[in-house]
Ligand binder design. Structure first.
Ligand code: IPM
Ligand code: MG
Length: 368
């Protein structure tokens, strides 16, 4: 996927007169075998210095079961991915889900639920704090007695036969303020409404969430339409995407789950594209956002489209707007011509139209 997407990115950026040079910063189990760490210090240092990352994905369920059991602190998704998000302060995670009428046969949504001008949903997940970082962020501030009593453990200390494990989740007012302002700003720029997702009926942190969303919306963005939905209700609406059209402002865990659901409705997790941005420094990481499809490893089968669309997001971020638009058009054209990867091939009669990873990359490159 990365080979296909890097080639497309380099070619497309030329349309803006930009030359992209990729430098490899090894992470994950391969890096562990070579350097003894799934996040080698040198890789982290370079990644943070460079500040614009095209992330290949880490994690392999098979290796997680062998090396991961021996070295739980090295589990790459938690160690490499979450550490990068935190080190780089990647607060905002954009996951656009775009329905085109002409491609409605690819998705799980009934065609009558997709209007002729399509649907744009932009999930903007808050990528820090919440349950993802709660325990590690707060652990040092809690007395040992309390930790023992509540069975609060750092992820690396959790072992397979635990009978109960307590995890902490939190949001800070200051971080929410930064995040929500950026989300409202983004929505205003695009003339889209904001749908704020929460769970105020049972979760205390979401009471703060809704209060702040309401306050910020009213005081600073009165022109941006704002509505609120419980996360479970939002989940029920994924099959009727018109009801979730706009910018979906959601917490770390909620956004993780909803965005996979939305990508699934669009046709396949392989279509998901994702960028994570620090709104203050402009550092950013671009990844497909669906973990790794390691069951397809080495089979030349996995869908590279999400990764290629992620390259388009990266190009837009570095100012290569023409190239970014060209990638999106090339993907659309390739799909409209009937080419599919196996995950999208539900309705394909002509097996010649089903392409492997490499061939799909080449087809998109040709249309570029
Ligand atoms: C995502 C992924 C990650 C997450 C995993 C791999 C840690 O699911 O980017 O959505 O949960 O954030
Ligand atoms: Mg996810």
């Amino acid at each position: 996927m990365m080979a296909a997407a890097c080639a497309v990115a380099i070619e497309a950026a030329k349309k803006d007169g930009i030359e992209i040079v990729f430098e490899k910063t090894p992470m994950g189990w391969n890096a562990f075998r070579e350097f003894g760490d799934t996040l080698p210090a040198e890789s982290l240092k370079r990644a943070v210095e460079i500040g614009t990352l095209f992330f290949g994905g880490v994690g392999d369920t098979e290796i997680d079961k062998t090396l991961g059991v021996k070295h739980p602190e090295m589990m790459p998704e938690a160690r490499a991915l979450l550490a990068l998000r935190k080190e780089m302060g990647l607060l905002l995670n954009f996951r656009p889900v775009v329905y085109h009428k002409s491609l409605d046969h690819l998705c799980l949504v009934r065609p009558e639920n997709i209007p002729s001008d399509g649907i744009v949903q932009v999930f903007v997940r808050m990528l820090l704090e919440d349950s993802y970082f709660g325990t590690s962020d707060l652990y040092d501030h809690i007395g040992c007695g309390v930790r023992d009593q509540l069975m609060i453990k750092l992820k690396k200390e959790v072992v397979g036969d635990e009978e109960a494990v307590v995890e902490l989740a939190y949001y800070r007012r200051e971080t929410l303020l930064k995040y929500m302002r950026a989300v409202f700003w983004y929505a205003r720029e695009r003339g889209l409404p904001v749908i704020s997702i929460d769970k105020t009926n049972v979760m205390a942190r979401y009471v703060l969430w809704r209060k702040m969303a309401t306050e910020i919306g009213k005081a600073e963005f009165p022109d941006v339409p704002l509505s609120h939905l419980y996360v479970d209700a939002a989940n029920a609406l994924l099959g009727m995407p018109m009801k979730l059209a706009g910018v979906i402002m959601c917490g770390n865990e909620h956004g993780d789950i909803l965005s996979d659901g939305a990508a699934g409705m669009l046709g396949s997790l392989g279509m998901m594209c994702s960028s994570a941005v620090n709104p203050e420094t402009g550092s950013a990481m671009f990844e497909s956002g669906a973990g790794t499809a390691c069951d397809l490893k080495g089979k030349d089968k996995v869908n590279p489209i999400g990764r290629i669309l992620t390259a388009a997001m990266m190009l837009r971020h570095i100012g290569a707007k023409v190239g970014a638009g060209a990638i999106e058009k090339a993907v659309e054209k390739t799909l409209l011509a009937g080419y599919r990867t196996a995950d999208l091939a539900r309705l394909v009669d002509n097996r010649d139209m089903i392409l492997g990873t490499e061939a799909m990359g080449e087809a998109i490159m040709t249309n570029l």
